[in-house]
Design a protein around this ligand. Structure first.
Ligand code: SF4
Ligand code: SF4
Length: 56
């Protein structure tokens, strides 16, 4: 299990500093979560203004 960022992402960057393990990175057109690094803590979810971060 890992969280994922959907196409609702507007690349605002708000989530990136919330992640304790640095699993979030700026991708091509939207931000992405590295499944292998994500520890499923959910800290990033509340920071997203568009609700783009979902439990995969
Ligand atoms: Fe990082 Fe936690 Fe979000 Fe996974 S759920 S990307 S570990 S903040
Ligand atoms: Fe994208 Fe939401 Fe992260 Fe902003 S907080 S970069 S909209 S996933």
């Amino acid at each position: 299990m890992a969280y994922k960022i959907t196409s609702a992402c507007i690349s605002c960057g708000a989530c990136i500093d919330e992640c304790p393990v640095g699993a979030i990175a700026e991708g091509d057109g939207q931000y992405v979560i590295d499944e292998g690094s994500c520890i499923d803590c959910g800290a990033c979810c509340g920071s997203c203004p568009t609700g783009a971060i979902e439990e995969a």
